[in-house]
Design a protein around this ligand. Structure first.
Ligand code: FMN
Length: 167
């Protein structure tokens, strides 16, 4: 049997976990929020559906990310599911640009005051109803308040440490 079994130091487990997660294909989204006249955007993959009763979502945000403070202050959040042609928007929103310069690229609008990327495959706006702190991250979650669908189903995927497409 050719299997690797992780038993041992916590640092080994962290490396093993990262290696395992390289094999988990994730659709790339941009989380958005607006607070006190400023808009925030961050590329993310640690995003999930929570329940359909009621429809609800969760996002996992590192405390050091610039979008963390508006979310911690209670701003509602948008989840913009990127199209496979939107890799450059993901790069802009994961450090290549900062602050509101992230909105210079792409067509942006708003629903209930939360920024949305109009040419994303879909945008889901959620009320920021609860948060859970865990380690370096905070999980924000709440019910869906609006959904916008756009164009074909053709997601941008992050797998094995790089961008790819699903089909
Ligand atoms: C594909 C990809 C997925 C990411 N997923 C997350 C995530 O789920 N949560 C998170 O806090 N940061 C995630 N990041 C990192 C942030 O996008 C990045 O650190 C960002 O620059 C933080 O925002 P800031 O520059 O506004 O502080 C991801 C980055 C990439 C490239």
């Amino acid at each position: 049997m050719n299997a690797s079994v992780a038993i041992g130091e916590a640092s080994d487990l962290a490396e093993q976990t990262k290696e395992a997660l390289r094999r988990l294909a994730k659709a790339v989204v941009v989380i958005t929020a607006r607070r006190e006249g400023r808009s925030y955007a961050m590329a993310a993959t640690a995003v999930n559906e929570l329940s359909m009763a009621p429809p609800s979502m969760l996002v996992c945000v590192h405390r050091s990310a610039s979008i963390h403070s508006p979310l911690a202050a209670g701003a509602d959040f948008g989840i913009n599911i990127l199209h496979c042609d939107q890799e450059s928007i993901s790069r802009a929103c994961s450090g290549a640009t900062k602050g509101e310069a992230r909105f210079a690229q792409g067509a942006w609008g708003a629903i209930h005051g939360t920024p949305i990327l109009l040419d994303a495959q879909a945008s889901i706006v959620c009320k920021n109803e609860a948060r859970v702190s865990y380690g370096t991250h905070e999980v924000f979650l709440g019910p869906v308040t609006a959904v916008r669908l756009h164009g074909e189903v053709m997601p941008l995927v992050y797998l094995d440490g790089r961008y790819t497409r699903a089909m």
